[in-house]
Design a protein around this ligand. Structure first.
Ligand code: ADP
Ligand code: MG
Length: 281
């Protein structure tokens, strides 16, 4: 199920997020080393889960990647640009990154559509453009019939869908979600994760989800585990079929096929195709 290296299918994609020796120490007297020398590389289109016990530094890492906080030392680069060199960080964040939090943070006096429009004010989009985009996004998250509802007229799962639509308002390259299903029941959690997975797959949005829910983490293709502010493990998750193929690849028959050795007649026809497939794993 697990393979302890970077997903080879992603390696060709451009790097969207890089952290270099990222350290964040809170406080001055009683220093808490919330994040301790974290270096990692995330490629475009990845779906990454960050897991780990409470207090292990997950939110700290996400906030640093999202430029909501500054590191004590080390650097975050987004699309190759060091955040420390970005002049208008609010504008940069608004145009590049979408956030989804555990509590949806919707404005209670605004409708679903109006909430989704908020990040678009940063971009100078016209009123008409904002409205059209908000409708399109609410349709995408399955809420076309709820555009004029206020947050308190929506269920928890629907509110979180609005928050996801809002996060997508400015076509972000990266969506950061901190415990996005933390307040939801298991059925709604599955729905929200299916939606996030769909966005990742269909739109190529790089998705980084902090979670302590094992099921949620398994929806991702890569799982980073933090402990005491450090990366404890970084694993790529393969589907069952992929992991069975990997087992086959390392078997004596798989190795024979890969070496192109002579095979029994009944295998000779399929061997070239199999060899091509195994070589790509
Ligand atoms: P997680 O999201 O994994 O639960 P956090 O990143 O929120 O963990 O916190 C990591 C550590 O940093 C914890 O020990 C926490 O108490 C501490 N911490 C987080 N935010 C602050 C803050 N603003 N001031 C001081 N300590 C903090
Ligand atoms: Mg947290």
């Amino acid at each position: 199920m697990y393979k302890n290296e970077q997903d080879t299918t992603m390696i060709d994609a451009p790097v969207v997020v890089e952290t270099r020796h990222l350290t964040r120490i809170y406080g001055d007297g009683t220093d808490v080393r919330a994040l301790d020398d974290v270096s990692l590389t995330i490629h475009a289109g990845e779906f990454l889960a960050i897991v780990g016990p409470s207090g292990s530094g997950k939110s700290t890492l996400l906030n640093l990647i999202g430029a909501l906080d500054r590191p004590t030392s080390g650097e975050v680069l987004i699309g190759g640009v060091p955040l420390s060199e970005v002049r208008d960080i609010d504008q940069f964040r608004g145009r590049t990154i979408g956030f989804v939090f555990q509590t949806h943070n919707l404005i209670p006096t605004l409708t679903a559509a109006e909430n989704v429009e908020i990040p678009m004010y940063e971009t100078g989009a016209s009123r008409g453009e904002r409205r059209a985009r908000a409708r399109e996004l609410l349709e995408l998250v399955g809420l076309a019939a709820r555009t004029d509802h206020l947050p308190n007229q929506l269920s928890g799962g629907e509110r979180q869908r609005v928050a996801i639509a809002r996060a997508l308002a400015n076509h972000p390259t990266i969506v950061l979600a901190d415990e996005p299903t933390g307040n939801l029941d298991s059925k709604t959690t599955a729905d929200i994760m299916a939606l996030l997975r769909q966005l990742n797959r269909d739109h190529g949005t790089t998705l980084i989800v902090v979670t302590h829910n094992h099921e949620v983490a398994l929806a991702a293709r890569r799982i980073i585990t933090l402990r005491d502010g450090r990366i404890q493990s970084d694993q790529t998750v393969h589907s069952t079929i992929e992991s069975e193929l990997l087992d086959f690849k390392s078997s004596p028959l798989g190795q024979t096929i890969l070496r192109g050795e002579t095979l029994p007649d009944e295998l000779a026809d399929v061997a070239p195709k199999l060899r091509e497939l195994l070589a790509r794993l």
